[in-house]
Design a protein around this ligand. Sequence first.
Ligand code: ADP
Ligand code: MG
Length: 246
Amino acid sequence: MSRIQLRNVEKTFADVPVLQNINLDIDPGEFCVFIGPSGCGKSTLLRMIAGLEDATDGDIEIDGVVVNDLPPSARNVAMVFQSYALYPHMTVYENMAFGLQQQKCAKPEIERRVQDASRILHLDGLLDRKPKALSGGQRQRVAIGRAIVRKPKVFLFDEPLSNLDAALRVATRVEIARLHRELGSASMVYVTHDQVEAMTLASKIVLLRPDPAAHGGQSIAQAGHPLELYHHPANQFVAGFIGSPS
Ligand code: ADP
Ligand code: MG
C-alpha cells in the first residue's frame, strides 16, 4: 500500500488554479522530492499533505485513510521548516521534548526518544544548550530532532537547507540521506529548488510547472526516478529544467 496517495488534488487561490490534476503515489521508505520554478506550488502541495492548507478538490490519503478533514496532529506527519523556529528560552532537550509533553507522553518514553534522536543527529553533547549557543547547522538538526521524536510515518521538508552556507548545506544533506536510511520505512517528502539536492536525495522526483491551466490542466510535468527525468524527459519543459543532454 502507498504511504501517501494524492488523487486529482487541486488548489485554487482567488480563482487562480495553482495546482491541478495532482495524481501521485509515494511508497513507504520513498524519498520524494518536489522541484520546479519559484511559485509553481511546491510549498502549497507540501502544506496540503501536512494539513496546513486545504485542498480545493481531490483526496489526500495517508496509509489508506483519507485525511482531508484531519488536523495536522492526526496525520502522522512531521514538518521541518526552512526557518528552524526553535524556542529560544528552552534548551535543546526541552525543544525536542516539548511536543511530546504536550501529547502527555510519559517522561521515561520522552527521555528515550530524545536520546535516540540525539544519537542519530549527533546532538548528544549539546542537550543543555540554548539555541543561541548553536550553529545554524546544529539548530537545523534540533529542528529535525523535534520531528524525529514524534516517530512520524512521513517527514515533510520545505527547503530545509536554504538558510545554511554552502559547506554546511552539503554536510546536512548527507545527514538527511543517512537519516532516511536509518529510519527505514518512513517516507520523506522534500521541497527544494536546488537541482543537486534533488538529484542526490530523491528516489522519485516530481517536477511541477507553473500555470497548469495553460498546459492542459496538468501541474506535474513529469514524475519518476532522477535518471529517468534526466535521460528521458517527457517534454521540452522537463529537458530545459533538468538540463538533459539534447
Ligand atoms: P513555491 O513553493 O513553489 O515557490 P508556493 O506554493 O509558495 O510556490 O506558491 C504557489 C503559488 O500560490 C504562488 O503564485 C503564490 O503566490 C500562491 N499562494 C501561495 N499561498 C497563497 C495564499 N495563502 N494566498 C494566495 N496565494 C497564495
Ligand atoms: Mg516554497
